[in-house]
Design a binder for this molecule. Structure first.
Ligand code: GLV
Ligand code: GLV
Length: 351
């Protein structure tokens, strides 16, 4: 009897809460599409009825629609493709909080038309991403992964004067494509390790120009000048395949491409050709066109380092992202000022 009553009471608590006017109101329902760091889940569980999808692979479209049906908000990952069809199928949805700085996985137009707010997590993963960019630069220049493989597989027969010669980082020119928060953080680190900084960006950044002695260049000139070309643009229609055959041919034969932005910014087929035919010297990649698929051509090459999209993967960054995404979702659902709103126009279509 007691037990039965408790269960009923707990159920009741899960669905209702006492609002400020001491009235019981229905708790809003949320879906989190993957297990994110606990700190973020806690923020949401304190207020809402929260379902977390706990498997290791992304939800398929049908399953996502089913799990999110009746939800007021969803917390999504960059691996969830939230297209027009999903948005249409979820009439109760008011907010989508993406657990990423990039939001190319969400059909923003459809969300805006339906009066759904979308948010991202900028800033908190800037340093982690910039650090990994520098890690990739050193890894490809000094052949770290290739050398590790060599050691591990018992091929090392002793120190050699010309073994594993690589490229210098100090004194080399880094060409930063896209000078947002991450590009700027990369510029600062690169300057700190003695690289010359050039950048391509729509706007000019006079702070960087004076503090780092950085120079803004047209893309073509950047490509033909830089020893390391690193991409920090969001994926949009304009940046899709920004780097293709022509761009690789413009780069120096001794230059490296680093990509920690989005895979589709690079034409992966053209990159394989450029690497195979020594049109460029190498590449360090964290992202791919069709993740988690990787062009088989890349897997066969020694002059490329391949990481599984881990640029923001530090405990600090991922925890902050979780809390930020959760707080964005709370702000959306409570009608408060949304800290990291990406589609302010959603308000025009609020019903
Ligand atoms: C990671 O790729 C992100 O956009 O946060
Ligand atoms: C990310 O926060 C960026 O603007 O690059």
């Amino acid at each position: 009897m007691g037990k039965y009553r408790n269960v009923r009471y707990l159920d009741f608590c899960k669905t209702f809460f006492l609002n400020k006017r001491e009235k019981y109101v229905m708790k809003k329902k949320l879906l989190i599409t993957r297990e994110i760091p606990e700190a973020g889940i806690t923020v949401l569980r304190e207020r809402y009825e929260v379902v977390v999808y706990e498997k290791e692979t992304p939800l398929k479209k049908e399953a996502l629609i089913k799990m999110a049906s009746g939800c007021d908000g969803i917390l999504t990952l960059l691996t969830d493709k939230i297209d027009a069809e999903i948005i249409e199928a979820l009439p109760t949805l008011k907010g989508i909080a993406n657990y990423a700085v990039g939001f190319d996985n969400i059909d923003i137009n459809s969300a805006t038309k339906r009066g759904i707010a979308v948010s991202n997590t900028p800033g908190v993963l800037t340093d982690a991403t910039a650090d990994l960019t520098i890690a990739l630069i050193f890894a490809v220049a000094r052949r770290v992964v290739e050398a590790d493989q060599f050691t591990r597989t018992g091929k090392w027969k002793g120190w050699g004067p010309t073994q594993f010669l690589g490229a210098d980082v100090r004194g080399a020119t880094i060409g930063i494509v896209g000078l947002g928060k991450i590009g700027t953080a990369v510029a600062n680190l690169a300057h700190g390790i003695g690289m010359k900084v050039v950048y391509f960006n729509r706007g000019e950044n006079s702070d960087i120009e004076s503090s780092l002695n950085a120079q803004q260049l047209p893309l073509e000139e950047l490509l033909s000048t830089a020893d390391f070309v690193t991409l920090h643009v969001p994926l949009t229609k304009e940046t899709e395949h920004l780097m293709g055959e022509k761009e690789f041919k413009t780069m120096k034969e001794t230059a490296y491409l680093i990509n920690t932005s989005r895979g589709k910014v690079v034409d992966e087929g053209a990159l394989v050709t450029a690497l195979k035919e020594n049109i460029i010297a190498g590449a360090g990649l964290d992202v791919y066109e069709e993740e988690p698929k990787i062009n088989p051509g890349l897997l066969k090459l020694d002059n490329v380092v391949l990481l599984p999209h881990i640029a923001s993967a530090t405990t600090t960054a991922r925890t902050k992202m979780a809390v930020m995404a959760a707080e964005n979702l709370v702000a959306i659902l409570e009608g408060e000022n949304i800290p990291n709103l990406v589609n302010p126009d959603f308000r025009k279509n609020l019903k």
